[in-house]
Design a protein around this ligand. Sequence first.
Ligand code: BG6
Ligand code: MG
Length: 217
Amino acid sequence: MIKACIFDMDGVIVDSAKYHFLAWRRLAAELAIDFTEEENEGLKGLSRVDSLEKILLKGELHLDNDTKVALMEKKNSWYLEFIKGMQPEEVLPGVREFLEELKTNDIRIALGSSSRNAPRILEAVGLTSLFDSVIDGNKVTYSKPDPEVFLLGAKEVGVKPSESVVFEDAQAGVAAGKAGGFYVIGLGEADVLDQADIVLPNLENFTLERLQSLMVH
Ligand code: BG6
Ligand code: MG
């Protein structure tokens, strides 16, 4: 019995994951650190600070805290430039329809995102009112792969993890969902998201009926 669906945002609701990558790659280039798309897979879902630490580790750079804060601000200002003027049309295929179907069927909807920019993006694409709870990077202590963000989401909508489904595009997010005891649907490549219960390319034409049939099999 499914009572709640919890969605990651970047790469699940909107295609902003590519902008995070572009902004991190630009920052890495300024620091003379090579940063590939493959390495970016390991960063997806992590908090801003954890992402920076991974890049610095790769470059074997040891920086003081003030410098790190300045670098994160720089990356975020580039990222905000990319997403500036984001429109409702940029919601990924099938997402709005699926959310509306969940709402009609009285299934709770929560956001479980590591991003501190999540509320502003939901607002820009006109989805805020569909969410019963929004847990973002400002509300958690531990970043994915820790399950905190999803556990908080489930708690806020009053549903147990075992009755909730998590939708994720990142390895760290899939791991977080599994660690929290959720059924996890990976969105993307099966070989990348191999910890998920099932992997779909995206949510295009996805329905509640399909979700229920996946979970009984
Ligand atoms: C996650 C993204 O949703 O949010 C990461 O997958 C990103 O790539 C993280 O680094 C933090 O986002 P923000 O918007 O707070 O910098
Ligand atoms: Mg994501």
